[in-house]
Ligand binder design. Structure first.
Ligand code: SF4
Ligand code: SF4
Length: 437
């Protein structure tokens, strides 16, 4: 049983919380409100609750914490708010306060302090941790495990780790510049082929790619789970790792990491030595889709991956749909570029996904800490994907991919879920299959 805290502390930027004018326009965009219909599980209700806790009008007890915990941090509310409420900032500071003052159950502490903070951000530890999980899957031992362990296991991909990325890959097309690449913690371990394909696409677009060895976790896992101190340390380490590399841009292919990397200035706000460096670093960060689209546009290729140097024709005959990763669509406002790139390959075979920008329930590590709501949203997403009749669903974030793949598998669906870099880079086997009569 968790222990309530009554400690009152100025953890919120009060002006930011007062920006909410209670209009309610965000309610219909909030996945948890759509599911529960409870005002306390809506953005407006949560902002009110955060302020009430800060003012000491409401204790930080199991009930108030549960409403904040249930928030996905998807920031769909922020994208539609007419008053410009910075909900993500309010949430991160509230979570930081919760983790500092509220005593969680032993199980939640194990998940948050050990699994999420001590394993996920460390490549070697994560590689070790998924060995027994993969073994259990291979030996089909899932049925002997409790439900929460089965659900967690269903998220682990079956394939092993591929080749590590070289520190430098030269442009293969006409050379246009030099970019850095952030390999990401989960991407590097579970989606190393996707990282290889991302670098291949950048090289084909004319860019040398530098992958500094000293880079580490972007800090998103810590910022989202209420450890801003550690998130700031990650930001400083990465700013140093990419310094003096003479880069035109810093590329990321994981939407969740991208949104944190673009907010280092805000994360380091008030730090005289680092805030400006954080802003400069963030100014260079580009999601792979926005970078490729801009590169295509500059080449007069209007966002068409099919007509560009990419090999992305492998899947052109397949019906394809697109799931908007929350952290790409909402905080980064990137929705058109991935669609343009996919349509460049698929043309008329692209079909829109109903509720494309409603969270799939992955939300970083939410599917571990709040499995029940994560499963409800996963089912909602899978039903929508199946309705499209697509053969492939493309997205831009590892968490979404794992969540959607697990959901499709549970539903017995043959639809393939793939990262946009893999879709654009193509696959030789798919080309062969496509050529079969
Ligand atoms: S849309 Fe913005 S201002 Fe309106 S209730 Fe939601 S958070 Fe508040
Ligand atoms: S971040 Fe997402 S889940 Fe949280 S209040 Fe906003 S819309 Fe709802």
């Amino acid at each position: 049983m968790s222990t309530p805290s009554t400690a009152s502390e100025r953890f919120l930027d009060y002006d930011k919380s007062l920006a909410c004018i209670h209009c309610g326009l965000c309610l219909s965009s909030c996945p948890t409100y759509l599911e529960t219909g409870n005002e306390n599980d809506s953005p407006r209700g949560r902002i009110y609750l955060m302020r009430a806790v800060q003012d000491g009008r409401l204790p930080l007890d199991d009930t108030s914490v549960q409403h904040i915990d249930l928030c996905l941090g998807c920031r769909a509310c922020e994208a539609v708010c007419p008053s410009g409420v910075q909900y993500g900032n309010l949430l991160e500071h509230t979570r930081d306060h919760i983790e500092g003052t509220y005593e969680r159950s032993t199980f939640q502490n194990f998940l948050r302090r050990f699994v999420i903070e001590k394993i996920f951000p460390h490549r070697e530890r994560m590689e070790l941790a998924i060995i027994p999980a993969r073994l259990a899957k291979t030996l089909k031992l899932e049925k002997f495990l409790p439900k929460f362990a089965r659900d967690a296991l269903s998220l682990i991909p079956g394939n092993g780790k591929g080749e590590p990325l070289p520190p430098f890959s030269a442009a293969t097309g006409t050379r246009k510049g030099r970019v850095g690449f952030i390999r990401g913690c989960v991407m590097d371990v579970m989606f190393s082929e996707t990282n290889q394909n991302t670098v291949k696409l950048l090289n084909a677009a004319g860019y040398d790619v530098v992958v500094p060895e000293q880079q580490g976790c972007c800090g998103a896992l810590f910022a989202h789970s209420g450890n801003l101190k550690r998130a700031r340390e990650c930001a400083r380490d990465n700013i140093n790792a990419f310094a003096n590399q003479n880069l035109d841009a810093i590329i990321i292919n994981a939407a969740g990491c991208g949104s944190t990397l673009k907010e280092y200035g805000e994360l380091l706000h008030g730090d005289q030595k680092w805030e400006q460096r954080g802003k400069e670093f963030s100014g260079k960060v580009k999601d792979i889709t926005e970078f490729l689209c801009a590169a295509n546009d500059a080449a007069g290729d209007k966002g068409s991956a099919g007509a560009s140097p990419y090999q992305g024709v492998a899947y052109h005959r397949r019906r394809v749909t697109y799931h908007d990763a929350c952290h790409l669509a909402h905080p980064q406002h990137i929705t058109k570029q991935p669609r343009d790139l996919i349509k460049g390959v698929a043309g008329k075979n692209f079909v829109e996904l109903p509720e494309s920008d409603v969270c799939c329930g992955s939300a970083g590590t939410y599917n571990l800490t709040e499995p029940e709501m994560a499963e409800r949203l996963q089912n909602r997403k899978i039903q929508n994907i199946i309705k499209t009749g697509a053969d492939i669903v493309v997205t831009t974030n590892p968490g979404c991919l794992l969540q959607i793949r697990a959901g499709l598998e549970k539903a017995g669906s043959k639809i393939q879920a793939m990262h946009i870099a893999d879709y654009l880079a193509g696959d030789e086997q798919a080309v062969i299959e496509d050529r079969l009569p």
